[in-house]
Design a protein around this ligand. Structure first.
Ligand code: FES
Ligand code: MG
Length: 601
C-alpha cells in the first residue's frame, strides 16, 4: 500500500532495486570524468556527494509561478512544502522555473506559448538528471503544457494545483474572476459605472492569490488533471490560501517519491479510460470549451487515440452538476466545501459513467479514491438525479464552413431559440445574417459601427483567430453585441469563429472551427450579408451560398487569406505557425507527437 511504501521511504536509502535515471549523471563508476563534472556544480550550493550518491530519487519541481504569473505565484510558497514532503519520503528536491504562462498578461495571446512551454519542459525533463517531477499547475495553459510534456518524456510525474482564489464579493454578491468582466462591461456601456468604478468592480473578482475562482479554463483543467488521475484525489478544488493547500503540497511531495520507487509513469495513468472519465467530468462541471483542445493534445503526446467525436459521443449526454459561474451562481470556495472533484466523480461513478479501474498517481484506482466521497452541499454540486441541466456536454458541428467546431448546447436559452428560429416546425434549425470580422482588432474597431446593421437576429463571425491566423489562437469568439443593442436589452448574440472562447463567458458560440480561415477553411469564404443555417439535429453549420459562388470565392482565396493573416512579430510566432496543427486535433506542434516515452531511450 501507499502508506507502507511511504514509511519504508522514511529511512531514505532503502527501497526497490530500480536503477534511478539520475545515476547516469551522478554515480557512474565507469565514467568518473562525466560523473565528476555533472556532480560538482550541484554541490556548490550545499548538496553533498554522499546524498547525491545515496540512491535517493532526484525530484524536479517545475515551478510555473513567478511575478509574471500571478495566478500561479503562490507555488513559490507551496514549493517549500513540496520540498519538505520530498525530503520526508527520502528524495532530493530540485526546483527549476518553467516558461511563464499567464493567461491575462501575454500578448498577442497566451495560446501562442502553450506549445513553447511544452517543448521547453520536454527539454528540461529529458536533459537533466530528474527521476520524477512535480508539475505545479494553475492558470489556464500551465496545466496542459505541463501534462503534455510529462506525457512525452514519461518519467513519473504528479501535478499540484495552486488552487483557485477566494470568492470575490461586491455589495454582498459573489463576483467571479473573468465572469464579472462581462457584466461590468455592460454596466459601463449603459453608463451605470464610470472608468474607475468599472476597474474596481472587475478587481473585486480577484481577492487573493490563486487562479480564476470561476469555472473557467483554469478550474476546468485543474479538475480534469485530477479526473485523469494525475494529481491527488480531492486536491484540485482547495483554494490557494487555505492551509489544506499547504498540506496537499507536502503530500504531493511525498507521493512523487513513492511513484518513482514504484516506477509509476504517465503512461500507466493516462489511458483511454482516464481520458473518457475526464470528458464526462468536463460535462458535469460545465467545463471550458478549451478542454477538448488541451485533452486531445495530451492524448496525442501519450499516444492515446482521442478525437473530437469522443467528446460528443461520451460527453454530450452527461448532465451539469456543478453550480459555478458562469453557468451557475457559486465560486471556488463553495466548490471545495461541497466536495470538489471527488463528489462530482462519485455521482458519475454511481451512474455508471466512470471507469473505476483507472489507476491514479497515488497508486490507487479511481474507485478506491472515491470510497468516502460524497456531496456536502447539494446547492453547489447537484445530485445526478437533480442536475442543473440535462445533456450539458459539447456538440460537434460540421458543414461547408468547417470540418469540425464545438458548441455548448446548455448555453442556448429559450429567448435565443425564438429569435433565430427559421421554421416553427423545425425547432432545432436556426438561421441568421452574418457580420464577419477579420481578427480581434477589426472586431474591436468596427463592432459599434451602425452601417453593419447588427440587430437581434444577426450572427457575429470572427475569423483569422485560429492557431495559425492569430498565432496560438485568440480567445475572442465570444464577441459582445454593439453598445446600442446592449442598451436595448440584447445581452448576447450567437457567435461563430475559428478562435477560442474564454471559459468564463457563457454566450452561445460555435468555436474552435477547424480548419481555420488562415489555412483555407470555409470561414475564409464567408461574407457579411450571407446567411448561415445551424441544424442542431443534423449537427451541421452551413453558409447558404450556392456551390458556384463558393467555387468563385475559393478562386480568390489567397488574397483573402493574406488579408486576414497578420505578419509574425517574433521568431517563435513564425516557428509555431509553420508547425502548429488545428484546434480539432489539439493544436500541437505537428511531428512532435512521434517523440514518445523518451526518458526510456
Ligand atoms: Fe490565470 Fe484565469 S487568468 S487562471
Ligand atoms: Mg482563458
Amino acid at each position: 500500500s501507499r502508506e507502507a511504501s511511504i514509511h519504508s521511504a522514511d529511512n531514505g536509502t532503502t527501497g526497490s532495486a530500480l536503477t534511478l535515471r539520475s545515476r547516469a549523471w551522478f554515480d557512474d563508476p565507469h565514467n568518473p570524468d562525466m560523473t565528476a563534472l555533472y556532480l560538482e556544480r550541484y554541490l556548490n550550493y550545499g548538496l553533498s556527494i554522499e546524498e547525491m550518491q545515496s540512491n535517493r530519487p532526484i525530484i524536479g519541481i517545475a515551478q510555473s509561478g513567478s511575478d509574471l504569473v500571478p495566478c500561479n505565484r503562490h507555488h513559490l510558497v507551496l514549493a517549500e512544502r513540496i520540498k519538505a514532503g520530498i525530503r520526508d519520503a527520502g528524495g532530493i528536491p530540485i526546483e527549476f522555473p518553467s516558461h511563464p504562462l499567464q493567461e491575462t498578461g501575454k500578448r498577442p495571446t497566451a495560446g501562442l506559448d502553450r506549445n513553447l512551454a511544452y517543448i521547453s519542459l520536454v527539454e528540461l525533463l529529458y536533459g537533466y538528471p530528474l527521476d520524477g517531477v512535480v508539475l505545479t499547475i494553475g492558470c489556464d495553459k500551465t496545466t496542459p503544457s505541463a501534462l503534455m510534456a510529462a506525457a512525452t518524456v514519461n518519467i513519473p510525474a504528479i501535478a499540484l494545483s495552486v488552487g483557485p482564489m477566494l470568492n470575490g464579493w461586491h455589495e454582498g454578491k459573489r463576483t467571479g474572476a473573468g465572469t464579472i468582466v462581462w457584466k461590468a462591461r455592460e454596466m459601463l456601456a449603459k453608463g451605470e459605472l464610470d472608468y474607475a468604478g468599472f476597474l474596481k468592480l472587475v478587481a473585486s473578482g480577484s481577492p487573493s492569490t490563486g487562479y480564476c475562482n470561476t469555472m473557467g479554463t483554469a478550474t476546468t483543467m485543474n479538475s480534469l488533471a485530477e479526473a485523469l488521475g494525475m494529481s491527488l484525489p480531492g486536491s484540485a478544488a482547495i483554494p490557494a490560501p487555505y492551509r489544506d493547500r499547504q498540506e496537499c503540497a507536502w503530500e504531493t511531495g511525498r507521493t512523487i517519491v513513492e511513484m518513482v520507487r514504484a516506477d509509476r509513469k504517465p503512461s500507466d495513468i493516462l489511458t483511454r479510460s482516464a481520458f473518457l472519465n475526464a470528458i464526462r467530468v468536463n460535462s458535469a462541471i460545465g467545463g471550458s470549451t478549451n478542454a477538448p483542445i488541451h485533452l486531445n493534445a495530451i492524448a496525442r503526446h501519450i499516444g492515446v487515440e482521442l478525437t473530437l467525436d469522443d467528446w460528443e459521443r461520451h460527453g454530450a449526454d452527461v448532465p451539469l452538476l456543478v453550480n459555478l459561474q458562469p453557468a451557475g451562481e457559486y465560486l471556488g470556495e463553495d466548490y471545495y466545501r461541497a466536495g470538489g472533484v471527488p463528489a462530482v466523480m462519485a455521482e458519475l461513478h454511481a451512474a455508471g459513467l466512470i471507469d473505476g479501474e483507472a489507476l491514479t498517481a497515488n497508486g490507487r484506482t479511481v474507485s478506491a479514491n472515491l470510497a468516502d466521497a460524497r456531496i456536502l452541499d447539494e446547492d453547489v454540486i447537484r445530485p445526478f438525479a437533480r442536475p442543473l441541466k440535462h445533456a450539458a456536454g459539447l456538440t460537434v458541428l460540421s458543414g461547408n464552413l468547417f470540418e469540425g467546431a464545438v458548441m455548448k448546447l446548455s448555453v442556448i436559452s429559450e429567448e435565443f431559440r425564438s429569435r433565430y428560429l427559421s421554421d416553427p416546425e423545425r425547432p432545432d434549425v436556426f438561421e441568421g445574417r452574418v457580420v464577419v470580422f477579420d481578427g480581434p482588432e477589426d472586431y474591436h474597431r468596427r463592432i459599434d459601427e451602425p452601417e453593419l446593421g447588427i440587430d437581434e437576429n444577426t450572427i457575429l463571425v470572427i475569423r483569422g483567430a485560429g492557431p495559425v491566423g492569430y498565432p496560438g489562437g485568440a480567445e475572442v469568439v465570444n464577441m459582445r453585441p454593439p453598445t446600442a443593442l446592449i442598451r436595448a436589452g440584447i445581452h448576447a448574440l450567437p457567435c461563430i469563429g475559428d478562435g477560442r472562447q474564454s471559459g468564463t463567458s457563457g454566450s452561445p458560440s460555435i468555436l474552435n472551427a477547424s480548419p481555420e480561415a488562415a489555412v483555407g477553411g470555409g470561414l475564409a469564404l464567408l461574407r457579411t450579408g450571407d446567411r448561415v443555417r445551424i441544424d442542431l439535429r443534423a449537427r451541421s453549420a452551413d453558409m447558404l451560398v450556392d456551390d458556384a459562388e463558393i467555387a468563385a470565392r475559393r478562386q480568390q482565396l489567397t488574397e483573402i487569406e493574406r488579408g486576414i493573416t497578420p505578419e509574425s512579430q517574433t521568431p517563435w510566432q513564425e516557428i509555431q505557425r509553420s508547425l502548429v496543427g488545428q484546434f480539432a486535433t489539439g493544436a500541437i506542434l505537428e511531428g512532435s507527437e512521434k517523440y514518445q516515452r523518451i526518458a526510456q531511450t
